[in-house]
Design a protein around this ligand. Structure first.
Ligand code: UDX
Length: 454
């Protein structure tokens, strides 16, 4: 099939490259000429494991352009995957989505094109995009005869750092439209994934236990709500384990054991019960805010989702409280933060707990040093105010430190020769912000091991 993808961010690029890998003819359009040039030259502008390799394997079916007129005509499916940043009130800013829909409408010429909202958009955006497409199309003097189109929603559930795996081997595919023909086209587009008929790339092998991928084919509003409801649920699952974790500290329980004990109940499940400094990233904060904003439009409040957000914010403050309890005085202390990215295997810093923790410590007069194996350059570019706090080396971070906090559980940190660094510290306090280090081993090496929760 012929596919156009508008926007080459995490979602658009992964969608375009994966569909090209599966044999579809894909053109990706982005207004950023530098990005297009980079991608056309086979270089991936984002840090995502396996993406360079997949780009190379799919190159024969992939084109990159800045021109809608080159990308949209003839496409069976147009994915719109542009950014939808949060406005001040938490609602998504839809100006890029509007501009993309207008541009797509100017170039539609096929007998039937499905225009798919792939960006995380507020519930009801499908109808809104449909109206923009129809208005813009009606204004064209060169409207081709027999050209039809319809809007669908196809939310993505990919995790950064696992984007290729999550796209090729998803738990489910959700498609929503009020037009049955669109659902049929998308069903056909995703057949290789649904039936798992493609040869898996060597760098992203097929999981042993995957059978046919369930397809949820539904109406537009339901597909849109599924995306928000899924992300909010995952966010509140993490906040729940973090809330229980604080109680565990008080009653003398071990949260890792508690999480294991509840996660083995198959109705609960063990994933997303890892306690720590909480969630960050581009989705959970934004999507929970958007869900609450949407509900507000109906005069409906969502106390559970709001509580998940509050608990998550509190976790960041708790990290600072733990240090203060231990050091008594934070003023003048040197605190090292290991990890700046919001999670391992990405250089994404959006809503990263490390940034908030650093700011809270600075506000209390501490000196802060941050280290990250991958996100350091991006950190310097995007956070010039904090850039002087960057430590290029681990020696520089540990040297004369009063406490070190493991904020992001990069494999490099887990495999660190911790014995090398303990002697560099002024006081060897180690706060494990992700509950991933072996407390006994760290104590044997001479660290005073602290965890966020009990
Ligand atoms: C998330 C969703 O998983 C994905 O389905 C959606 O489409 C986009 O948002 P992502 O933001 O890439 O993906 O990261 P994810 O792996 O879900 O982690 C989110 C945050 O939660 C990270 O900061 C992570 O450190 C934290 N987390 C995750 C925990 O604190 N505990 C856990 O048990 C799991």
């Amino acid at each position: 099939m012929r596919v156009c993808v508008v926007g080459t961010g995490y979602v658009g690029l992964t969608t375009g490259v994966s569909l090209a890998f599966l044999g579809h003819q894909v053109t990706c359009v982005d207004w950023d000429q530098n990005k297009v040039d980079m991608l056309a030259g086979g270089h991936c502008p984002i840090y995502e494991p396996g993406m360079d390799e997949l780009l190379a394997e799919a190159a024969g079916n992939l084109t990159f352009t800045t021109s809608y007129a080159e990308a949209v005509p003839g496409a069976d499916v147009v994915f719109v995957a542009v950014q939808t940043p949060s406005a001040a009130d938490g609602s998504p800013d839809l100006r890029y989505l509007r501009a993309a829909a207008e541009s797509v409408a100017q170039s539609l010429d096929h007998t039937f094109t499905v225009v798919v909202n792939k960006s995380t958009v507020p519930i009801g955006s499908g109808n809104w995009v449909d109206a923009i497409l129809r208005d813009s199309f009606a204004q064209r003097t060169d409207r081709p005869a027999g050209c039809e189109f319809a809007v669908a929603s196809n939310p993505e559930f990919l995790r950064e750092g696992n984007a290729i795996h999550d796209t090729l081997f998803p738990d489910r595919i959700v498609i929503g439209s009020d037009n049955p023909r669109s659902l049929e086209v998308l069903n056909q587009l995703y057949r290789p994934i649904i039936n798992q008929t493609f040869t898996a790339p060597s760098f992203s092998p097929r999981p042993d236990d995957i059978a046919a991928v369930p397809l949820v084919s539904t109406d537009l509003a339901s597909a849109e709500l599924i995306k928000y409801a899924a992300n909010a649920f995952l966010a509140l699952k993490i906040s729940y384990v973090n809330e229980i974790g604080q109680l565990a500290s008080k009653v003398g329980a071990d949260i890792t054991e508690v999480a294991r004990g509840i996660g083995l109940d198959q109705r609960i499940g063990s994933r997303f019960l890892q306690p720590g400094v909480g969630w960050g990233g581009s989705c959970f904060g934004k999507d929970t805010a958007a869900l609450i904003a949407t509900a507000g439009e109906y005069n409906y409040d969502m106390p559970i989702v709001q509580a998940a957000r509050d608990v998550n914010q509190r976790q960041r403050a708790i990290a600072v409280e733990r240090l203060q309890d231990e050091l008594r005085i934070l003023k003048g202390r040197k605190i090292g933060l290991l990890g700046i990215a919001f999670k391992p295997n990405t250089d994404d810093l959006r809503d990263s707990p490390a940034l908030d923790i650093a700011q809270l410590l600075l506000a209390r007069g501490a000196r802060v040093k941050l280290h990250d194996p991958v996100a350091a350059d991006r950190f310097q570019r995007e956070h010039p105010d904090l850039a002087p706090c960057l430590s290029e080396t681990l020696d520089g971070l540990f040297d004369d430190c009063d406490a070190v906090v493991l904020v992001t559980e990069w494999a490099q940190y887990l495999e660190l020769d911790w014995s090398k660094f303990v002697g560099l510290m002024r006081t060897p306090i180690l706060l494990d912000g992700r509950h991933v280090l072996d407390a006994d081993r760290m104590a044997r090496l001479g660290y005073k091991y602290l965890a966020i929760a009990g």
